[in-house]
Design a protein around this ligand. Sequence first.
Ligand code: M6R
Length: 610
Amino acid sequence: MCGIIGYVGDRPCRDILFRGLRKLEYRGYDSAGISVIDDGRFSLLHSVGNLDNLEAILDQLGGDGTMGIAHTRWATHGRPSTENAHPHTDCSGRFAIVLNGIVENYLSLRAELQEEGHTFTSETDAEVVAHLIERAYQGSLQKAVVEAYRLMEGHFTFCAIAVDEPDTIVGIRKETPLVVGVSEGENFLASAIPAFLAETRSVIFPDDGDVVVVRRDGVFIADLDGNPVERPVEGVDWDDEAAEKAGYETFMLKEIHEQPTALADTLTERIGPDGSVALEGLGLDAETIEGLGRIVIVACGTSYHAGLIGKHALERWARLPVEVEVASEFRYRDPVIGPDCLCIAISQSGETADTLAAMRLARQAGARVLAVSNIVGSQATREADGVLFTRAGLEIGVAATKTFISQVLAMLLLGLYLGEKRGHLSRDQVRTYTQELRRVPAMLSDYLEDGAADRVEEVACRYSSASYFMCLGRNIGLPVALEGALKLKEISYVPTEAYAAGEMKHGPIALLEEGSPVLVVATDSRVYDKLISNVQEVRARGARVIAIASEGNESLAEMADEIIYVPRSDEMFAPLFAIVPLQLFAYHVARCRGEKVDQPRNLAKTVTVE
Ligand code: M6R
């Protein structure tokens, strides 16, 4: 939610900041702005809409300033408008700030400041920060930032600059991301690494309450009392190309095609030569694993669907009771958790506010917490007792694709790992599974290269004018149907619902009429025959069946109106294949309808607000 970048160095920074914003556009795109210190004063630019609008007027900003901050916004408080776009300034025009997150007590702060004579020009919560700094400033931006921070409630990151300190950016975070890019003679602050990846791969991950003072000649970090704090500089191995479309028309399409690589990378070194699963860093010793009584998975959105698949793997292989909870619900319940409970928090970003709150709640109640995340150094990975990293690489498309498939794989690996450790799977059984898993990346790669995408495009475009889709699945196919439906909703905006196929007759079937398109996840499984009965129920209502089936299933081809094959696999691995045509289906429906798939309306990649 919202992207921030700051630069201080020797180079004119307007274009550096703008390029950084481009890389952060996935975090929000309803308005944007840049502020550069030029000739001892702020040069400021704001625009509404996506970054093309800012780019069109970028020349209005003096091009010589070598220090500045910029922001791309996902509106929370105040509609998208130039007034509400960041950076915000104070009354005197000496301070500018950009903020990501929410200042929960902004109304009372604003009222207090107004009473003292401060004049506000926007409806945002963020503007209070500029005025708080103005009030507190006595020659040290660092101290003024701390004073403002101490008064603010909520979860946010902000960066501030002052005309009187044209060599300093001060940033601070509270439960939302802030990263520092370190380079020779120039340094960066941002809400995510891609913002400066083209310039440096040396990164510092500050903690909440670290006051980060960034100057051209170095980065100084202190606690709120001004005592120096040491944070290591870490190298990241993402390359900047990951943040480019590499010839694809959108990031989402590129990322769909990167799924075989994401799977291969997530598998690397996790299957031993003896066929066992090797997972390091879980923070679970043999005794803890033995003593586990149950598992609670907390997650949001797509990650929640990966959790539902994880439930199948963990119950079947590790024989543990598993609940999967939407984090935003779990965090406000009074769940019964004890020390024998393992809480698995799944979050590709590792920054989702609800998931973080849910894992904290579980932890307070005595559970051990394992984070499954794609981002090294993210908040979830820092707070958890153990981490299982997916290795999908940078995902820019707001609609998650390759991170989902990697999460599913991670949960399957975890299921096999705990299954063997808990004595419910023999090494031979695990080996049989892992031998097949090893082949999955190549099978998926061949599948995508063999024209599967074209076939899906053709079908999707035929149905792209539908006003409603239903997605059905059973057993491990149900979360796949749920995820396919989410993709359709997110990027094509066509109302789509997913149901357990066996549940349809208890109500949703009433929605079906002649010609209604129904996507059915019908890969081989233990419930295949049951699912076929549901397919017949759909057909009997005149609806059209678009089936995702295992290669070679000819009998279903006779029953369905459209059939899209995926490679045949063990039923537990079928989600790794079946989700791909559903992602492509959603993608092409959206494209045929003329939608911008990488920037779906109202969404942002990382949801750091509750
Ligand atoms: O970063 P997280 O995995 O915690 O994100 C959770 C959801 O916000 C995310 O999966 C969202 O549903 C995506 N837009 C799905 O495409």
